[in-house]
Design a binder for this molecule. Structure first.
Ligand SMILES: [Zn+2]
Length: 511
């Protein structure tokens, strides 16, 4: 038995904080009140906040969780949803990452494969994990599994296969489907194909999450497409990392929030999520036209080596660009690693050529694999989205070599320290709701995301005066400060700021 004494409880519901003791027995919260004489392991929480463990519903930790990486637990995350943006590790074949540059985010052993959700969940449970993990089924992965890297609609047999595998993964506990519609092969699906899949997911009680088809010049149309899927199937729709990319598109955020609110009034079950940063992170291939990636990495390289096709790729990329090459910083490459940390305009100036040719050369030299951090949002917009009552806060934080985006290490300390304590964008109670109960309820993570009797003992204890981080774009890999203790399923995972190594996280399956 554990007793958390004298802390300030913010329970996740949005209600005003209270002072009480919390009693934990086994894996659950068993009582909240005043217990002067209980025989239990006692932790003094004077001057500290006790909140539910953070629920990161867009974490991309598919592999990181299997590899025992600790970036998320150190921020106070106790449950994560993986399989985001169209990519899950299942259903997969060996050599996933050689099929398409997009899968390179899963830098896996090329012989590895996960046939279905069960294979992934058993791997998680046998290897142990710091956090609890729920997983979406990635529509990109699913499509690649049945159709490879080919464009065009799925034929009737491929559709039957895709539906069958999807239904199986959902029955095994996958919480829904994710799309990554600005990246192939996910992008090859049209609205009808997405509706066919969404109907199956809705039947099984899952939700539809979408990295939209466009966050730039066709942002409104992309949001409309996602809402239409909700309207036609009734499925809950989650708009992933909502933002307007590039100065030319910043004004669209108001129109998008209006569209969302209107749809909600009409009865569409829609919510969204966002990370608290002005820059995003992706692979440079995401800037290229979809047609240039058809057939996979080898085909892209072949096209880049053909001067005429390369010219077309350059023109199409330039036409769709919404920020400058100065805004795009190389965060990882395997060749010419001295380029890491430089922006593409800087590299172009060194090479004496323009930005687009430099970008394409980087892709050629690195076999299509270039990670970038891209500065493309305004603070006004960030405030509008983060403070919107339907927005959950996410990391979207993937670990990779080089200089990964700081969100991987510091999302929640930045959110609570910079945006809540310093800039006062919202109350601490609302901030806690957006990081715990709201996301947990959205993904139906049963009895998680609140401090409540009978709930799982997933708990974060932190100092509201100190929580924060020095992690930044040039030096991201810095642990947070002000995080005192993290409890997962009733066990200390972080005690007095140090990892205990217990790793009591479990696979969270939709039932
Ligand atoms: Zn995404």
């Amino acid at each position: 038995m554990k007793i958390l004494k004298n802390g300030t409880i913010i329970d996740g519901s949005g209600k005003t904080r209270t002072k009480a003791d919390i009693l934990l027995e086994g894996q659950k919260i068993t009582d909240i009140g005043n217990f002067p004489s209980v025989d239990a392991e006692e932790i003094d929480c004077t001057n500290l906040c006790i909140i539910p463990g953070i629920v990161d519903i867009h974490s991309h930790s598919d592999l990181e969780s299997l590899q025992h990486r600790s970036e998320k637990i150190k921020q106070g995350v106790t449950s994560e949803v993986v399989g985001n943006c169209g990519f899950s590790l299942f259903p997969s074949k060996p050599n996933l990452k050689n099929m398409l540059p997009a899968f390179e985010i899963f830098d896996t052993d090329p012989t590895q494969k996960w046939d279905d959700a069960d294979a992934y969940f058993s791997d998680l449970d046998s290897k142990k994990s710091y956090t609890n993990i729920a997983s979406l089924t990635g529509q990109g992965t699913l499509r690649a599994f049945v159709k490879g890297a080919k464009s065009g609609a799925m034929d009737p047999q491929e559709t039957i296969n895709a539906c069958k595998i999807l239904a199986k993964c959902l029955e095994q506990g996958s919480v829904g489907i994710s799309t990554g519609l600005n990246e192939v092969p996910s992008a090859y699906a049209d609205l009808e194909e997405l509706i066919t899949l969404a109907e199956i997911v809705h039947e099984k009680g899952g939700l539809y999450t979408s990295h939209l088809r466009d966050y730039k010049f066709r942002f409104l149309e992309a949001v409309e497409e996602a809402l239409e899927i909700g309207r036609r199937t009734g499925i809950p729709v989650q708009l992933s990392h909502l933002q307007a990319v590039g100065q030319k598109n910043w004004h669209k955020i108001d129109l998008v929030l209006e569209l969302i609110e209107k749809a909600e009034l009409e009865g569409v079950d829609v919510e969204m999520d966002a990370y608290p940063y002005l820059a995003g992170s992706c692979k440079l291939t995401q800037s290229l036209p979809g047609w240039s990636l058809e057939g996979g990495t080898a085909e892209l390289i072949r096209r880049l080596n053909n001067p005429q096709i390369r010219k077309r790729i350059a023109e199409d990329t330039e036409e769709d660009r919404s920020n400058t090459w100065k805004d795009v910083v190389v965060s990882n490459v395997s060749m010419e690693r001295e380029m890491i940390g430089k922006n593409i305009q800087e590299i172009a100036d060194i090479c004496g050529q323009d930005g687009i040719q430099t970008a394409l050369d980087l892709l050629l030299k690195n076999n299509g694999s270039v990670h970038v951090v891209s500065f493309n949002q305004s603070e006004d917009n960030l405030k509008k989205v983060l403070t919107h009552p339907l927005t959950s806060i996410i990391t979207d934080g993937l670990h990779h070599e080089g200089i990964p985006h700081p969100r991987t290490f510091g999302t929640y300390p930045t959110f609570f320290g910079e945006y809540v304590r310093e800039k006062k964008w919202m109350t601490l109670e609302e901030a806690v709701r957006k990081t715990t109960a709201l996301p947990a309820q959205r993904f139906k993570l049963e009895k998680r995301g609140m401090i409540k009797v009978g709930y799982w003992a997933d708990i974060l204890i932190f100092s509201p005066e100190e929580i924060g981080t020095e992690s930044n774009y040039m030096k991201p890999d810095v642990p947070p400060v002000g995080i005192n203790h993290v409890i997962v399923n009733g066990e200390w995972e972080l005690f007095e700021g140090s990892l205990t190594g217990k790793q009591t996280g479990i696979a969270l399956k939709n039932s």
